[in-house]
Write a protein that binds this ligand. Sequence first.
Ligand code: PLP
Length: 399
Amino acid sequence: MANDVERKAMVTGFFGEYGGQFIPEPLKARLDELDEAFRDAMADTAFQEEYLTLLRDYVGRPSALTECRNVSEDLGGGRLFLKREDLNHGGAHKINNCIGQILLARRMGAKRIIAETGAGMHGTASAMAAALFGMECTVYMGALDMERQRPNVERMRAMGTRVVAVTEGQQTLREAVDRALSVYVEEPDTFYLLGSAVGPHPYPSIVREFQSVIGREAREQFLKREGRLPDYAVACVGGGSNAIGLFSAFLDDAEVRLVGVEPAGRGTDRLGDHAATLAFGTPKVFQGFRSYVLTDAAGEAAPVYSISAGLDYPGVGPEHAWLKDVGRARYERVTDEEALAAFRTLCRREGILPALESSHALAWALRLLPSLDKGETILVNLSGRGDKDFHSIPEAYRS
Ligand SMILES: *Cc1c(COP(=O)(O)O)cnc(C)c1O
């Protein structure tokens, strides 16, 4: 159900001037193979069927569409709906992509999976998929993230995955991606299971494709229940996979406003205080593709910060860069504090514990809701559940 630009990007690798493959020759050769396998798989109905069956029987799809009646009533104004990716097996949207890519890995005859992870949710979903398919799995994770996300490290290990601490630089996601890319080139028997809609072509298209089930389901569920489409579709943006998975289905519905929400962190525009790439970044080649990147005075990728470990990445998926430039989506910012307040509101008023990442999207929706008419609707992608974040949430927001 990709639109014209998405279909073209599957061939050229470019969304407007963004995307592409800015990589050394040996990596290009491997990605060309991956590209061919992906396009082959997309044309194979048996592949599609197996993928959709696993989403149903293993992941638990379709995920629910939940109306938040209490919150809507509290705030007056419009009505709030959530697409419940928190209810997927593993607790986030990441598993949709992992199931798709592990099927590609098997199709290509790979025996070993490597993956990067930030908050540990993609690492966990990769560990699940690898265990399910009997493949060896190694996950590269920043040493700082391993500390912040201990329960996920334990979950990965329990499923037989090796978690390798990456101690370079800021010891977070960016360095974990660098390491995974270099291992991928050095070890030809590996399949690199990439976790967000970033990286060199064809990864942004692959991840979008396997996450687009979110938007397809949500669109159909919403239409069936309300007889119309939502006025706003909102998602948080780290690398941009849950957001593009939601947006993709609505790209050609001009009446649906698409809003991506970036982490404003401590709320200043100083480098190192946020990870709002589309707001403060500049177009540049980074980690093998061209997109907006947060850069320092020397033009290097800048340090980033967010309370949410899944959002602090200095780059962003190329399709979002294009959507921003052409004005089809807009990108807003939410601070740590607003995200925490939204976390608390959803816990207290709806009995749902959102991930801190998802709480950013939610916070923007709560900001807008009072100004809407009763008939207007916001659909928020609740990308994951908040259990993993509990120890990083200050006591004041938990009681
Ligand atoms: C990983 C993650 C994100 C951020 O990644 P995207 O690729 O931007 O979707 C958001 N929410 C949750 C729950 C995550 O685990």
